[in-house]
Design a binder for this molecule. Sequence first.
Ligand code: G4P
Length: 524
Amino acid sequence: MNFIEEIKRRRTFGIVSHPDAGKTTLTEKLLLFGGAIRVAGAVKSNKIKKAATSDFMEIERQRGISVATSVMGFEYNGYKVNILDTPGHQDFQEDTFRTLTAVDSVIIVIDAAKGVELQTEKLMNVCRMRKTPVIVFINKMDRPARDSFTLLDEIEEQLKIKVRPLSWPINSGPDFKGVYNLFDRSLLLFDPSIQEIQPGIKFAALDNPELDRYIGSDAQLLREELDLVEGVYPEFNHQDYLAGNLAPVFFGSALYNFGVQELLDTFVRIAPWPRPSFTEEREVRPEESSFSGFVFKIHANIDPNHRSRIAFLKVCSGHFERNKVYNHIRLGKTLRISSPTAFMASQKEVIEEAFPGDIIGVPDTGNFIIGDTVTDGEIIHFKGLPSFSPELFRYIENADPMKSKQLAKGIDHLMDEGVAQLFTSQFNGRKIIGTVGQLQFEVIQYRLEHEYGAKCRFDTLNMYKACWIECPDPKILSDFKKRKHQKMATDKRGRDVFMADSPFILQMAQEEFKEIKFHFTSEF
Ligand code: G4P
């Protein structure tokens, strides 16, 4: 197979959902199709059940499990599918956001009884920012579900994307009969006692009276609803999907492995192969012959005695080869990756080569930070790994004066891993940690103590948002900084950040300084 064919057969995607919608169950069923696992139950859910805030080892253990399932690759009908797992717990949302920068498309799972939930909306915002193509899977149809048209309206409204159903359910809950596949015009019957995949029954023409034989009086309702579907939703347009403007929708039940194969078969056909990536300097196309990639995730070893980590590198262009000399752009050093790993068929194995779209696990002892670029020579810097404004803020203080060096080093490492964000107040020099969830503060405290021998204390800080500020007029910017001196901080890359105490204060600042743009992400 030549280089271009290798690229075109790759599908690198993420599955996202609000916790409990069925992401883990769907992932597992997809892996079963791909032969990556043999029995159900083999994929451990990486969500931190019941927010075990006091049980740090449990948190770390579960985070450890998620290393193994961080990237799952398998072969399916000639395609190389790479699923990038995302943490289920909302406190690790930032991790999920970053993972979304490494995927070429996304499958969003929605619980048919609950509809669009908060987490789904937030994740979709990130997809929209990046114009990532999304497919929606409405799950749990074996349970009483909300009306299908209402669900689709809700998706359009709340996720702000046009939808086009490619399958249509016949009832739900105990009356769930199955789905009609609008893509290949066939009927799939649901039988909860059978988990094996049944072939669809072709029904090119819905007025075929045979349909009534299969689904009885529901046939009439199906005909009416499909008439409405065809009237309301335009034909599926592949280009609109690829541009991130249209989401095809499937209905099914991941638990009963129903509707999953249709999803996978359609996914490999329509989902994009690796897309171009953007650097500060230029666009990088996957088919370019020189190698380039970036680190989007760093996973620490859960064994505190070995501070080794795995950096996850997404190949963006060219052919990656083990042991070849590459350039670490930020450090201006060369590096040779002697044991790059990939996760194929649930086994972590050393690989000899990789292609655009693939994710490589690189053992690391502290050389990588999130966002690092590796190339075979060219000096470029990948973009698109923004930090998002944290939602919770605390001052971090040294609780053991003898260990201030260890503390500084520990904080530095944990921030490089992307566990949280660090800001330094320009007013009093105090260090502020920003996170998206309470759990991270506890993880930080625990890890600082167990991995770095340092002790810290957190002091309350009531803060609403960190805003990266921008203004074409340096004088106005400098006036603003003087006026808001007490609320100005510096982020880890030395950029100015305005720390707003409340939505009201932010609004006042926006009204007073109209020329200044306030951004909630570090890249704009
Ligand atoms: P998540 O990763 O999105 O958080 O969800 P997960 O797959 O863990 O599913 C959450 C719960 O919903 C699980 O039940 C799972 O069995 C159930 N579930 C997933 N898909 C379906 C479906 O299609 N139909 C039905 N009826 N249930 C489904 P649980 O009891 O919380 O966990 P478990 O003890 O079964 O693992």
